[in-house]
Design a protein around this ligand. Structure first.
Ligand SMILES: Cc1ncc(COP(=O)(O)O)c(C=O)c1O
Ligand SMILES: N[C@@H](CCOP(=O)(O)O)C(=O)O
Length: 527
């Protein structure tokens, strides 16, 4: 198809944003057809173009980064910076920091948040952003093949694509939990599980880490050339896995502080395999967190925990992706397991940004689900948000959320208050049963997803959530990272737990008669 024919097509609009205002703006010159943002309508409308697509392939000796560099996106005047969170009532209203500064706390010691120039973003309509993001799904164009970077304008609008460190994360499955909803949750027909853990390192942390490590990469490279010796985090096992993988991909040293004997074997081997410096410390996660903060204040090691608000910019794209997967319809509820509490805020931020910019017209109600053994937010919520008490979190099968002093508690409160949200908790038995029941319906959930599912069971029992409401449960990690907990459960080895859905293997003699006996017993009434 000739380039001129495209001038009035959707792909032209997508490549060269049309401001919302009625004022005519000068048109930017068209790029060659193969290099414009391609969208589904191109392929459907132009089989001839599809047939000749090999003509547009990049030269054989060029990689996708180099191809992207040859065709820079048009400048849109978008920008982002750090601001205190929440804005301090008596603080400097002009306090803000460039994203190129190394700063994790405001001048008053509070949290920071990445703020976007919303006015600049709002020059484009909600429909424009929806179409642009939709046009990038399922492609390999650098860096938009990533579910995070396909929303680059909402994430780090100014970063050079060549500085991005991406493993094409995101674009995770939104799974229709048909049987679980219908058979076990009172006929729910619109229950979904967002499988954020079916990803590169097996948890949602990839979404934030691509952003953080990309920014570090930018800082380390010319012209900024900042002397960052490495990137460090405290972790319950998932942040460390993501940090190690992204740093390894970029050739940046990673340093991880892990609470000894409190993470799964699979999580422990991840940073080891990726070549990170792994410190196994005789303390809990909160102790590791205190230490990494002291160390990063002393050494040129960049802090990768979600205290660093850059991480949340990537994590918020999971919310945008959910809206996109529902063709921009808003679910009624989203249930998120909470530990250090950055993710619940990231979800809110993603939804709210889409509402403010007109991609959708409302936000869902959020539920933060905690393990009863590590429930500082739940206790705070139950106190009517009057008294926050950090605690020493007790061991839980949901080991990645064994956190007693969450750094993002204030962010979580903002997210929950703004969405008429709820905090629920789940005992060890409740979370393990919920996880195991979900597995019986075709999933292979992790215990943290079990916490979120247990919260859903409770809210359905209380009739807070109705059977026809559209609910998304966020699955935060891959179940394979937590197989020991499943082994213990199915072995009925857990003290004081009935392990209702245990399904141990049957040891049987390799003999036809013996095998038949077992099967007849098992399939009684069904043969
Ligand atoms: C698997 C898993 N689920 C949930 C969470 C909770 O996320 P957040 O710390 O952002 O609340 C974490 C980490 O804390 C995690 O690793
Ligand atoms: N579950 C996390 C705990 C740290 O959370 P972060 O989001 O602040 O990095 C982990 O896997 O380490």
């Amino acid at each position: 198809m000739a380039a001129t024919t495209h001038a009035s097509s959707m792909s032209f609009l997508l490549s060269h944003p049309q401001p919302r205002s009625a004022t005519p703006t000068p048109r930017l010159p068209l790029r060659p057809a193969a290099h414009r943002v391609r969208c589904a309508t191109d392929a459907a409308a132009a089989p001839a173009a599809a047939a000749s697509s090999t003509k547009h392939r990049r030269p054989a000796d060029e990689n996708i980064r180099e191809e992207a560099a040859r065709h820079p996106a048009p400048k849109q005047g978008l920008s982002a910076w750090y601001e205190p969170f929440p804005p301090a009532p008596n603080g400097d209203p002009n306090e803000r920091y460039s994203l190129d500064e190394i700063v994790y706390r405001s001048s008053s010691g509070g949290l920071l948040d990445v703020r976007h120039d919303m006015e600049a973003l709002a020059r484009f309509s909600g429909a424009y952003w929806r179409d642009l993001f939709d046009s990038r799904v399922g492609r390999t164009t650098w860096p938009y093949g990533s579910g995070v970077w396909s929303k680059k304008e909402f994430v780090l609008p100014e970063i050079d694509p060549d500085h991005i460190v991406s493993l094409f994360e995101g674009n995770s499955n939104l799974f229709w939990a048909e049987r679980l909803g219908r058979d076990h949750l009172g006929g729910m027909n619109d229950l979904w599980v967002k499988h954020c853990g079916i990803s590169h390192t097996g948890s949602f942390k990839d979404l934030g880490m691509t952003v953080l490590v990309s920014q570090v990469n930018r800082l380390r490279r010319a012209p900024l050339s900042r002397p960052i010796a490495g990137v460090g985090c405290a972790s319950t096992g998932d942040t460390s896995a993501a940090l190690s993988a992204y740093c390894a991909a970029a050739g940046i040293p990673a340093i991880v502080f892990l609470p000894a004997n409190r993470i799964s074997l699979e999580q422990l081997i991840q940073p080891i395999a990726n070549g990170a410096t792994v410190l196994s410390l005789d303390t809990d996660f909160d102790g590791c967190m205190r230490l990494i903060r002291e160390v990063t204040a002393e050494l040129p090691i960049y802090l990768a925990n979600s205290l660093n608000s850059l991480r949340l910019e990537g994590q918020k794209t999971a919310a945008i992706e959910i809206l996109q997967q529902f063709d921009w319809e808003v679910p009624d509820w989203v249930i998120v397991p909470g530990g250090n509490l950055g993710n619940i805020y990231a979800f809110y931020k993603g939804f709210e940004m889409c509402r403010v910019l007109g991609l959708v017209d409302r936000v869902p109600r959020l539920v933060c689900a905690q393990a009863a053994n590590a429930n500082p937010l739940y206790s705070y919520y139950k106190s009517g948000w009057t008294e926050f008490q950090p605690q020493v979190a007790k061991p839980t099968f949901a080991s990645a959320i064994q956190i007693g002093d969450p750094v993002s508690v204030d962010r979580a409160v903002v997210a929950l208050k703004a969405t008429n949200g709820i905090v629920e908790e789940a005992t060890e038995e409740e979370l393990m049963n919920a996880m195991s029941l979900a597995d019986r319906t075709g999933m292979f959930a992790c215990p943290h997803t079990g916490v979120a599912l247990a919260a859903l069971f409770k809210l359905r029992d209380q009739r807070v959530i109705g059977s026809n409401e559209r609910v998304v449960v966020v699955s935060t990690a891959h179940g394979l990272k937590f197989s020991q907990s499943k082994i213990d459960y199915h072995d009925s080895k857990i003290e004081d737990m009935a392990c209702k859905y245990a399904n141990p293997p049957v040891s049987v003699k390799a003999d036809f008669g013996a095998v038949m006996d077992v099967l007849k017993k098992r399939l009684k009434g069904k043969l």
